[in-house]
Design a protein around this ligand. Structure first.
Ligand SMILES: [Cu+2]
Length: 477
C-alpha cells in the first residue's frame, strides 16, 4: 500500500477549528506537495469581528520555534469580510507551525496551528525551460562538432591556402568521431542523472515507515516498524522519539476488507523503540487493512499501513478505550443530512452546512446525538479527552484520516505548541470539543481531499460506553 499524505494517508491538508482569544477560527492550511514550497492558508472567523490576520511560519520545536520571522498580512476577502487568505513558504520538510496574530474589535489574540511539511512529489521541468535547454544543448553539441572538424582540417594550414581533399577528409572523420563520442557522453550522462535523481527523490520524498504485523502467542498482535530513509535523514529534528497522542502511544485501526466492516480501534503498548504489541480482543476471521497512527517528538505524525489476514480469534470484548464496531446498515448521506440508528439507545444525525460534499472544500461535520425518544443525549462523556473521534476512510483505501473536534492535526502536536505559550489566552484549551451550548453535539473540521466514496466512523462515549456511528458519504468534484 502506498501512503501519500503525511498526517494521514492521502489527506495532507490541515484543518483546524479553535479559539484565538475571543475569536473562533476555522483555519485551512493546504500544504505544498513539493518542499521548499508554498502553503496556502485560509482563515475564516466564525464569530467576532476580525479585521486583520498576520501569519508567520516557524519550526514546531527547537531553536527555530523561538524566533519568528516577520509576519505576513493575510488578504481580506472583498466579498466576505471574515475570510482571509495568505501564502507562506515552507523551506524544509518536518514539523512546522503557522503562528497567527489576530486583530479585531475585541483586541489582539494569538494562536498557532501545527503543519507537517513533507514532499509528496517532485516538480516537473517547465516545457519552455526544457525546450530552451534542449536548444542550447543542441547548439553546444553542434558547435563542438564544428570545432573538432575545423581543428582537424585547418589547424596546420598555411594562411590563404585551401584545405586539400585529404585534409577535408580528416575533418569529416574528426567530426564523425566527436559526434559519436558526444552522443555517448550525453547518453551515459542522462543515465547517471536519472539514477541520481531517483535516489535523491527516494530520500527527499516522504514515506511512512513500513510496518510488519504478526500474530504471536495465539492472539497478540506484534507490530514492528521498519526503516525509513526519509526519517533517518531528519534525526536532527527530534523525529525519532514517539510521544503519546491523546493518552496513547499508538492508535491502531483495523478495518475489515473489502466492505470496511468491522472497525477495531485499539491502543498497542510500546515494547521497544520500534516494536508495539496488543492483545487482540475477539476477532472475526478475515482480511484487514491496518492503519497505525504515531506522533514524533516534534509533533510530526506518521500513519503506517499494512494488510493483515486474521483467523477467528478467541478473546474478550474490547475494554477501556479500545472499541470494536460492526455495522449492518450505515447511514447513507444524501443532501445535507442523514440519520444513523444504533440499536437500543441512540439516533445520530449528521448535518452539513452545504448541500452535498465537494472535494477540497473545508467544512464542519456536525453530529448530534439523540436518545430514542428524540431528546438530545445528556450522557456524553469525554472519550480520550475529547468530545469525539472521527475516522475517515475512502472506499479504495487511498485516504485515511483520524480527525478530532479541534482538527485534523494530532492533538499531541497542538499541545506542543500550546506549551510554548505562557499565557492561557489560547484556546486550544477548548480541546474537549464538547459544545457548552449543545452538549449532545460533536463537530469536526475537515475537507475531503478527492472525489469518491468515503465511510465515516464517529466515536463518542456515553455513560462509560464507547459508541460508533457509521455514515457513508459521496464526495463530488
Ligand atoms: Cu482520536
Amino acid at each position: 500500500m502506498v501512503s501519500l499524505g503525511s498526517a494521514h494517508v492521502g489527506s495532507p491538508d490541515v484543518f483546524y477549528e479553535g479559539k484565538a482569544g475571543p475569536y473562533r477560527l476555522f483555519v485551512t492550511v493546504r500544504t505544498p506537495p513539493m518542499i521548499p514550497g508554498i502553503a496556502q492558508i485560509e482563515v475564516r472567523s466564525l464569530d467576532g469581528n476580525v479585521t486583520d490576520v498576520r501569519i508567520a511560519p516557524l519550526r514546531a520545536v527547537g531553536e527555530g520555534s523561538e524566533y519568528a520571522p516577520p509576519s505576513d498580512r493575510m488578504e481580506r476577502s472583498r466579498a466576505d469580510s471574515q475570510y482571509f487568505t495568505g501564502k507562506l513558504w515552507l523551506m524544509a520538510s518536518g514539523a512546522w507551525q503557522v503562528r497567527m496574530e489576530v486583530f479585531g474589535t475585541q483586541g489582539k489574540a494569538e494562536t498557532a496551528v501545527p503543519v507537517p511539511a513533507a514532499a509528496r512529489r517532485t516538480l516537473r521541468m517547465q516545457n519552455t525551460t526544457g525546450t530552451l535547454l534542449l536548444a542550447l544543448m543542441l547548439l553546444l553539441v553542434a558547435s563542438m562538432i564544428a570545432i573538432f572538424g575545423a581543428a582537424a582540417r585547418e589547424s596546420q594550414l598555411e594562411p590563404n591556402t585551401a584545405a586539400s581533399a585529404q585534409l577535408r577528409r580528416r575533418g569529416r572523420i574528426a567530426m564523425t568521431v566527436s559526434a559519436v563520442a558526444l552522443v555517448a557522453i550525453l547518453f551515459l550522462g542522462n543515465m547517471w542523472w536519472n539514477a541520481a535523481a531517483r535516489g535523491r527523490a527516494e530520500q527527499m520524498m516522504y514515506k511512512a515507515p513500513p510496518i510488519e504485523a504478526s500474530l504471536q502467542y495465539t492472539n497478540t498482535l506484534v507490530l514492528k516498524m521498519g526503516f525509513s530513509s526519509w526519517h533517518d535523514r531528519r534525526k536532527d529534528m527530534l523525529l525519532d522519539k514517539i510521544i503519546p497522542d491523546h493518552g496513547h502511544i499508538m492508535h491502531l485501526f483495523l478495518i475489515g476488507l473489502p466492505d470496511l466492516n468491522p472497525l477495531y480501534h485499539l491502543h498497542p503498548d510500546q515494547m521497544s523503540a520500534d516494536t508495539f504489541a496488543e492483545r487482540l480482543p475477539v476477532v472475526a476471521a478475515g482480511n484487514y487493512a491496518l492503519f497505525a497512527d504515531i506522533v514524533r517528538e516534534s509533533g510530526f505524525p506518521d500513519t503506517m499501513t499494512a494488510r493483515l489476514t486474521l483467523p477467528n480469534l478467541p478473546g474478550d470484548p474490547p475494554a477501556g478505550d479500545d472499541s470494536e464496531t460492526t455495522v449492518a446498515s450505515p447511514a447513507d448521506v444524501k443532501g445535507s443530512s442523514a440519520f444513523f440508528t444504533l440499536p437500543g439507545n441512540s439516533r445520530w444525525e449528521l448535518s452539513l452546512d452545504t448541500q452535498g460534499l465537494r472535494a477540497r472544500q473545508p467544512l464542519i461535520l456536525r453530529f448530534r446525538i439523540f436518545d430514542n425518544d428524540g431528546k438530545p443525549a445528556s450522557n456524553l462523556e469525554p472519550y480520550m479527552g475529547m468530545g469525539g473521534h472521527l475516522v475517515i476512510v475512502k472506499r479504495d483505501l487511498a485516504v485515511f484520516a483520524h480527525v478530532h473536534p479541534s482538527g485534523s492535526m494530532p492533538m499531541a502536536a497542538l499541545l506542543l505548541l500550546e506549551k510554548q505559550k505562557d499565557s492561557g489566552s489560547s484556546a486550544m484549551r477548548a480541546m474537549p470539543g464538547m459544545h457548552e451550548t449543545a452538549p449532545a453535539e460533536v463537530t469536526f473540521p475537515y475537507g475531503f481531499p478527492e472525489t469518491g466514496d468515503y465511510r465515516l466512523f464517529v466515536q463518542i462515549k456515553r455513560s462509560g460506553q464507547v459508541q460508533t456511528g457509521v455514515f457513508d458519504v459521496h464526495v463530488g468534484p
